[in-house]
Design a protein around this ligand. Sequence first.
Ligand code: C2E
Ligand code: MG
Ligand code: MG
Ligand code: MG
Length: 283
Amino acid sequence: AAKTAGGHRWHWFDAEMDRAADAAARLSAELRDAVRGNQLVALYQPIVALPGGAPAGAEVLLRWRHPEQGLLGPDAFIPLAEGNGLIVELGQWVLREAVRQAVDWRDRLGERAPGRISVNVSARQLADPHFVDFVASLLRDSGLAPETLVLEVTETAVLAADTAFDQLHRLKALGLRIALDDFGTGHSSLSLLLDCPVDLLKLDKAFVSGARAGRAADAVARNLIVFTDDFGIDAVAEGVETAEQAARLHEAGYRFAQGYLFGRPVSADALEQMLTVTAVAAA
Ligand code: C2E
Ligand code: MG
Ligand code: MG
Ligand code: MG
């Protein structure tokens, strides 16, 4: 009897797995139409200077306005896009959109335009042999000052492709900036940092507001800023949610931060509104 029950359970489990796989396959197929069908949305989260919180830039965070499921976050579809190769097309969309928006802000807002626009780049994009040429022509055609653009890559992505270092050097040669994202969650090899042409390091939110934030996380945050200062690399603390966290990070030496305390990811229009309000408040 026990065997029958067990068999039953496995049947049920298999069916659930099949359903999950079907759903993923469907979503993966729908993603193709999303790119062409205007369903992708670029949100912008402010990156600010400490201690005052003055805007210093913005990070582009992708969303998918799914016709039935509503607004989906990257965790729901970026892994699928990496699996089926659509990430290259998706990544091109994000970069084009970010550069178009940056030029628009530059032309209309002048000094109030975000000084830097950060775009996430996945391992698969970095490994794509056409990626550097794509970015180069985008910068050339748009006329955007290259130093306005920041490409965020993770340590994992850098370690995944043996061509990554070469690609990063070629990207740097275009005049843009490279950020190492989610620092502290991967291998966190300091020697990688030294070999990698990186301008900026983003301390992962796990060390700032994550469930494991505490004394050890604090020590990582404090030591990292000493290290980056020594090497002339900028550092941004991610996931800053409270004024207390911001004060502690500033005291440790952080000059830039990003997190819900300063602003959630919002539409380009809403970010522009925030910039205007901040400018008025500062005047
Ligand atoms: P990320 O690049 O590390 O982006 C920061 C993530 O932390 C974002 O999640 C953001 O909404 C969230 N966040 C910001 N402030 C806070 C805070 O104070 N507290 C907490 N708990 N979270 C905060 P999101 O938008 O869900 O993006 C998740 C990840 O998806 C990103 O992590 C990035 O790795 C990836 N991603 C987003 N957009 C793109 C894209 O256009 N291309 C690629 N390849 N990946 C993307
Ligand atoms: Mg990022
Ligand atoms: Mg990050
Ligand atoms: Mg992340």
